[in-house]
Design a protein around this ligand. Sequence first.
Ligand SMILES: O=C(O)CCC(=O)c1ccccc1C(=O)O
Ligand SMILES: [Mg+2]
Length: 370
Amino acid sequence: MIIKEVTMRKMKMSLKDPFTTSFGTFQDKDFLLLEAKDELGNTGWGESVAFHSPWYSEETLETNLHMIKDFLLPLVLGKEIGHPDEVNELFSAIRRNNMAKSTIEGAIWDLYAKRNKLTLAEALGGKQEKIEVGISIGIDEDMDRLVETVRGFIEEGYKRIKVKIKPGFDVEVMRELRRNFPDVPMMADANSAYTLEDVDLLKQLDEFNLTMIEQPLASDDIIDHATLQKQLETPICLDESIHSLEDTRKAVELGSTKIINIKIGRVGGLTESKKIHDYCMEHGIPVWCGGMLESGIGRAHNVALTTLPNFILPGDTAGSSRYWEQDIISPEVIVEDGYITVPTGYGIGYEPDLEAIDQFTVETMHFKAE
Ligand SMILES: O=C(O)CCC(=O)c1ccccc1C(=O)O
Ligand SMILES: [Mg+2]
């Protein structure tokens, strides 16, 4: 296939409710959408999961725009591409900027699947027809309200509850949630809010039988996490620290992590996600699919990836209605009884809703092969 044209849109959507992590609060969601068209007129869609501000990682919407426009698109426009696995190789001279790379790569995977009359899940080799999902719940200092929020999502059927924690909002919060919900699979995500000085505090979390604790220590660390894991019973799951298969291998060899959260954007795309998945499967490390408060386009990619066999823990891929009054795909992603039924249409399997997309578009840019 030859990528002839690319349309990029700067989008602005608004979350139903603010979402608070240890590093900040999200209300508006600014992001990039990318549509790629081949020489036969097939199209594929990708979403940049970079946020407006560099809190989660160093990438932002604007750095992604710059990288895509000035460095990455020139490497793919007009090139003959046999398989989406080749996209990573075309990008190999560009360091990092994984979310920017993944935006293009994701669109090319969708396009490739459509062109070959496959679902994206089939193109990736995924077999699961239904995927199990959990939900990630932001920090809410009003404990009674938090308990009711959690109760509501358990009643909706979500298979596992993840709660954000930070210093001062941790042990007592988990104790209270455990007291209310003794049997629900539960976990905590610290988004790098602690250091090894907090070992004694983190050890207190062992009492609550959590499925895992996600990224307790620094976002660039795999050494201290190994030290911490030796002192914790609760498995550590790395999120921010993992950008590649190589990072995964090193963290697993060091004993820094027992579970991996795979985010397609963070690791530079679906090809790298699949490599990490395969490595973890061989090494007995369960994986699950993380979320970046995606619109339906990015969410659809997450759903497809999650059909691979080693996604044995519920992901953060909640239904569209958890985030948006109106999503930008049709149908929206629906969660029933804690499961998403994987769509059977070609490519991502959900139709981009062009009217809704227009409604949330702030700026449109066009690029063509010479
Ligand atoms: O529902 C989602 O999309 C996942 C929400 C979430 O936990 C999150 C949201 C924003 C930034 C980082 C994270 C995270 O997984 O660490
Ligand atoms: Mg996380």
